[in-house]
Design a protein around this ligand. Structure first.
Ligand code: HEC
Length: 156
């Protein structure tokens, strides 16, 4: 193997990057599907942690504020919309539950992401102030999951 190969590859990559438009290029459908499921899994993990604590399944009240802060960070709307911007309907082999409605009704999808971010930031502030004490307080966040997963039909 020629030792110049990595250099050539790097040069090629640089050329390619220089030619790419400012907008991010389409990724391999399987890669973007995997990525966005990871984005959602992070949200799911932090939501699950808050639910477990607030329902008293685990006695870890000290972990409420850090988990809520992590949920707010995971629910960054730019990260969510960025993960779904590429229309993968009917593409790739990676299993996905995302429906075509996301790209047919992108404005609603964006709004749902913004609303989740706002609700998660709110709960994070409440938790930081030591005022997140009941499961009911989490409902504004949980109902935002339902907007995409059920009401809007963005997930099968
Ligand atoms: C803006 C819309 C939207 C919001 C808001 C939203 N989700 Fe999702 N979620 C989706 C879509 C679409 C999928 C399906 C992704 C796929 O399969 O490609 C998904 C998938 C998931 C998954 C499965 C990921 C996997 O590995 O297959 C989990 C877990 C999840 N969401 C948790 C949540 C939780 C918890 C909330 C609320 C705190 C939430 N989501 C809010 C759109 C949303």
């Amino acid at each position: 193997m020629s030792s110049r190969l990595p250099l050539l590859a790097a040069a090629f990559a640089l050329t390619f990057m220089a030619c790419s438009p400012a907008m991010s290029a389409d990724a391999d459908p399987d890669a973007i599907i995997k990525y966005r499921k990871g984005v959602m899994d992070a949200i799911g993990a932090k939501t699950g942690a808050l639910v477990a604590i607030l329902k008293g399944d685990v006695d870890l009240k000290d972990a409420l504020a850090p988990n809520a802060e992590a949920l707010a960070a995971s629910s960054n709307a730019a990260v969510i919309t960025g993960a779904f911007r590429q229309n993968t309907d009917g593409q790739g082999n990676e299993q996905t539950k995302a429906t075509a409605k996301i790209w047919e009704d992108w404005d609603r999808f964006e709004k749902a992401a913004n609303d989740l971010q706002a609700a998660a930031l709110d709960i994070s502030k409440t938790a930081a102030a030591g005022e997140l004490t009941s499961f009911d307080q989490l409902k504004p966040v949980l109902s935002q999951c339902g907007v995409c997963h059920k009401d809007a039909g963005f997930r099968n």
